[in-house]
Each structure stands twice: as C-alpha cells, then as structure tokens.
Ligand binder design. Sequence first.
Ligand code: ARG
Length: 298
Amino acid sequence: MSKIYTSADQIDFTLAEISNMPLPESLLMVEPTYFSVDYVINPHMQGNIGKVDKQKAMNEWNSIKKVYESAGLTVHPISGAKGLPDMVFCANQSLPFLSEDGKKEVLMSIMHSDMRKEEVGFIQKWYESNGYTIHQLDAKKVTDFEGMGDAIWINGKRILFGGYGYRSSLSAYDAVSEKFGIPIVGFELITEDFYHLDTCFCSLNSDTVLIYAPAFKPEGVTIIKKLFKNVIEANRYEGAELFACNATCPDGKNVVIQKGCVEVNAELEKLGFVVHEVETEEFLKSGGSVFCMKMMVW
Ligand code: ARG
C-alpha cells in the first residue's frame, strides 16, 4: 500500500516516529570534463549556451570535492561522458537507499528530458559494480522521475519528501511508496525556476530544514512547519539568485553552500551548523549548485 501525504491534515505522525536510516559516508561526483550548457531545459540555462568557462568549472568542482574530503567523507569520482553535458548533476539519475535489513538498493530514474535520458545507464554501472540491487520503474506507469533532484531523504530517516510538477510526477511517488513501503510527503512545485525540490528544500537534520517558501504552495509550507522545529527561510536574493537551498548537509553538521548566502549562513551558525562556502557560478548557469552535483551513497 502506498503512503503519500499531500496535505497538512493527513500528517498524523511526527518525524521521531519514523524509523532511522543511517547516513551514508561517501558520495559520487561526476567529473565536469564534458559539462557545458548546450541546450535549454530550465529557465536558468536561457542565455547561457556556450557560456561555461570549463577551467573555472573544473576548479569549482575540485574545491567542492576537497571540502567533502576534509569533512571525512569519501568521494568516488565517475568520468563524464561526451555529449551528456548535464551528467555532472548526479543527484538526478537515481535514488539510492538502504533496505530495512541494511542492504544497498537503488531505484534508477526516468529522466523527463530526452537530452538527459542516456545519463542513467552510466550512473547505473557504478551501482552495479558496488554491490547494489538495481530497481527500475515501470515505464508504462511512470513517465517522469528525476531521482534525488526531487525525491529527498530526510537526513537519517526512512521518509522521502517528493517534489512534483516539472521533472517528476506524483504517480512516480505512488510507485516508489508502494514498491518499497516508504512514506512520502508530496510537494507540488509551482514556479519553473524551482523545477526540482532540491532547488527550494534542503534537509539538514531531523529537526531542521532550509527552504525557499515562494516555490511551494502555501499548504506545502504548512506541512514543513508542522514537521520541523527549525525552518530556515532563504530570502529572495539568496534563495533565487544564489540557490541557497541547493546546499547540502551530508552528516547533519557540515553544510556546503554557494558563497554569499549571508543571512542563511547566520541562521545555520546560530543552530550550530558548520558552514563551508564554495563557488558554483559555472554550474548555476545550468540551474544547479552544490546539492545536485553529488549523490550520497552507502
Ligand atoms: N541543467 C540541469 C537540468 O536542467 C540542471 C540539473 C540540476 N539538478 C538539480 N537537482 N537541481 O536538468
């Protein structure tokens, strides 16, 4: 039976009642050798075709990798593939998790954009070589599902927050919840600029999230405030221009975020998080930043 929650009055649980899922300690990153903006599939890419500075992108990517390593995480780099300029955004091609009995599993995505469909097979190869059981969605029932771009684990918990409207469909969450017995809270995204849930929602720990409220329907914000003690709201500049909510908190303590999110960072530090500022300007030209440039894996 699928368990999907889309309104605040359906929320009859607290996160403390949800079972735990250990946090991963390593992550995948796809080398940006072939990263560029070659087409437009989100509004941020508009006007940026051919504008990526490759050397700068490589330097930004390397600096981010070093931050993870200095925080004690292991990074597994995967080679990019020619002709797949967006593969560097490796939050999107899969949704990995641990089963209740601790086995490594992964559900592969069905990319919304034809431009990105071929990326999935490359990422799947890594999982095949690393002891994962691979699952696929039934393409007759689900057309769009962009992995952890939209389906986000609440740090340390076996519950997903799932964005839909642009790149993933609500029917994908029915299928995921039904197949794996995972509860899912669904959020309809209402602005094209925030086309993935990871552009406006960041899970920090089981008490705390960072959001950009205008990307959600009011009901979505109500649900978030019902479930979390601390809700940090990014302002327009930091949320929309700097993609503050595409930050990542891999261990419940360290937060890696695009440089310049002054107000968000002050809130994070007040709550005891350690902020690491990085530069992702080249990747912002494609509509992505820190969170979507990596995939946490077990
Ligand atoms: N150009 C990519 C796309 O439109 C960017 C993806 C960024 N990923 C993310 N999870 N927000 O698909």
